[in-house]
Ligand binder design. Structure first.
Ligand SMILES: O=P(O)(O)OC[C@H]1O[C@H](OP(=O)(O)OP(=O)(O)O)[C@H](O)[C@@H]1O
Ligand SMILES: O=c1cc[nH]c(=O)[nH]1
Length: 223
């Protein structure tokens, strides 16, 4: 358990290290000295915030309570975040559940990359991290956690990945944003915000752990 918790911390820091290492020296540094660096945490052109930090905070607190109520306590729960941002959301939910119950809840991460059905269609993706408590998934109530639910294909891949790890007693799904447009018969049990969108729009979730601020940003398209 603590291993998973520490790993989530490590991942956050590794992300910062990787990001820094990715910047080249020389010309790029010269250019950056002349022009202020673009702030990736700011809304991009045409983006508007549909959730701000306090909204996200409240939604996660509510979801934590809903998860606890349905599971009747934290004992059998295992929160598994889907990288990248789902992992951090799972950790936040675990922290809230621990605050409410005064007892820790198991959490970790589940990489779905090799289970995706679009591996041949999309450019190579970096592998995420699967990190489970030593008790594994057998007999647990697993709550998959992701930031956005759209086509449902990521969750479908997560169910296949989970199937290779064992046999949970039940699998539930928590998402921060459900933007509709499902292509598979998948629905979320816990939703931070239902956000009706057109297919042409994109939803970008920013979290302090990866993006230095909490926000859900919507961009583009005609409704
Ligand atoms: O329901 P779907 O159509 O599968 O879309 C939802 C997924 O899309 C995003 O992940 P993305 O693949 O962009 O990777 P990321 O989490 O690393 O940003 C998001 O984080 C969800 O996991
Ligand atoms: O708009 C979208 C669609 C899928 N995944 C996202 O994170 N945003």
């Amino acid at each position: 358990m603590n291993g998973a918790r520490n790993q989530a911390h490590d991942d956050a820091h590794a992300g910062v290290r990787d990001h820094d290492a990715g910047h080249d020296g020389g010309r790029e540094n010269d250019a950056r000295a002349q022009a202020p660096a673009r702030d990736e945490t700011s809304p991009r052109d045409g983006e508007r915030a549909v959730l701000e930090a306090p909204d996200i905070n409240r939604a996660l607190t509510r979801i934590a309570h809903e998860i606890l109520e349905r599971a009747r306590g934290p004992e059998n729960l295992l929160l598994l975040g889907i990288p990248t941002r789902g992992t951090f959301l799972a950790r936040r939910l675990a922290d809230r559940i621990e605050q409410v119950e005064g007892r820790p809840v198991a959490f970790g991460s589940l990489d779905v990359t090799m289970y995706r059905d679009d591996l041949r269609l999309r450019p190579a993706r970096a592998l995420g991290r699967t990190d489970l408590p030593k008790e594994g998934v057998d007999g647990r109530i697993v709550v998959l956690v992701d930031d956005v639910l759209f086509s449902g294909r990521t969750v479908r891949a997560a169910l296949d990945a989970l199937n290779d790890l064992g046999r949970p007693r039940a699998v539930r799904l928590a998402v921060l944003v459900d933007r509709g447009h499902r292509e598979l018969p998948i629905r979320a049990d816990y939703v931070g915000k239902n956000l009706p969108t057109s297919r042409a729009e994109t939803v970008r979730v920013c979290l302090t752990e990866t993006d230095r601020r909490d926000a859900v940003l919507l961009r583009g398209g005609q409704r």
